[in-house]
Design a protein around this ligand. Structure first.
Ligand code: ZN
Length: 97
C-alpha cells in the first residue's frame, strides 16, 4: 500500500500545546461539552475556541488536567474571596478590590 503521512494518522494535534497525541479529548464531543472545555479554555486561557475556526478541536490529557487544575484553583480562590468579604465587618482590615 502507499505510504501515508504518519503525522496525520498517528494522532491528533492538541489545540493548547500543539503536540501530537494518540489520545485526545474532543472539545465539542460529548465529554468535552459535559466538562465545559470550551468555556474553561476561553475563561482561563484567553484563547477563543469556536466550532467554526480552522484550528484543532482536540486537547490532550495533560492539557485537560492542567485546565481542570486551574478550574479547581479558581473555584477555591473564589470561595476564599467570598469568605474574606464576609469577614470584612470584623476586626481584620482586609482590602478586597
Ligand atoms: Zn496539550
Amino acid at each position: 500500500m502507499g505510504s501515508l503521512d504518519r503525522g496525520v494518522l498517528t494522532g491528533f494535534i492538541c489545540r493548547l500545546c500543539s503536540e501530537m497525541h494518540r489520545v485526545v479529548l474532543h472539545i465539542y464531543g460529548e465529554e468535552g461539552i459535559r466538562l465545559s472545555i470550551s468555556e474553561k479554555i476561553s475563561r482561563y486561557l484567553s484563547i477563543n475556541v469556536s466550532r467554526s475556526d480552522p484550528l484543532p478541536k482536540t486537547i490532550c490529557k495533560n492539557c485537560l488536567e492542567r485546565l481542570e487544575d486551574q478550574h479547581r484553583l479558581v473555584m477555591v480562590m473564589e470561595a476564599a474571596a467570598s469568605v474574606l468579604k464576609g469577614q470584612r465587618s470584623g476586626k481584620a482590615q482586609i482590602k478586597i478590590k
